[in-house]
Design a protein around this ligand. Sequence first.
Ligand SMILES: [Zn+2]
Ligand SMILES: [Zn+2]
Length: 235
Amino acid sequence: MLFLKLALIQLVRYGLLSGGAYFIIFRLAPEFFKKYQIQNTSISSKQIKHEIGYSLSTVLIFGMVFFLIMHPQLMPLTKLYDNISDYSTWWYFLSLPVIILIHDTYFYWMHWTLHNKFLYKLAHQTHHVSLNPTPFATYSFHPIEALFEAAWILPFVYLVPVHKHVLLVFSLISFLNNLKGHLGVDLMPLKIKQSFPYKWINTSTHHSHHHKYFNVNYGLYFLFWDKIMKTEKQY
Ligand SMILES: [Zn+2]
Ligand SMILES: [Zn+2]
């Protein structure tokens, strides 16, 4: 029952946010968004069906990972906490940027590894079927990739104290950032994107270019690792 509830929460979030973004950009006002389009190749209904189909399996896998955190018998074993006073207040506020930085590093290297020839064919090709991704590609992962995407959070919550609200906010930020990479449009003016601190942020264009060019822009939130490893593709 708990597993189904958690999978349903994932499904509703995906449906509302990814479905909502797709509806607004591609159905409600395509003419308005045309000038913000990153790639101008057409998108087939086959691609959209592929994106939604694999996203549904990801919903189940992410639901299972959260089940392993939220299960009443497992939750006490984690370091998740309810009262801010259980740890210092500064940690309550600092933990969110720390989690995002750790996730960013984990994601870069996991993603870079998935581009190994063997692993790419086995687990990552599914995501790259979308050369020009739509918002429905947010969760379009092969089940093996979906496991890799979420697996790091398990040891993390068993080792590091995190307030439950912080985990919840992180989960939403992470989803929205992932959705941003698959919007198909980039609404941010170039002038702002080229200014500090935006030039350290992984934009919708960066991730769309990853789908198009494959071996560039592996990052998730930031460009630190892409700059260090010289895998960033400038606009
Ligand atoms: Zn992607
Ligand atoms: Zn990739």
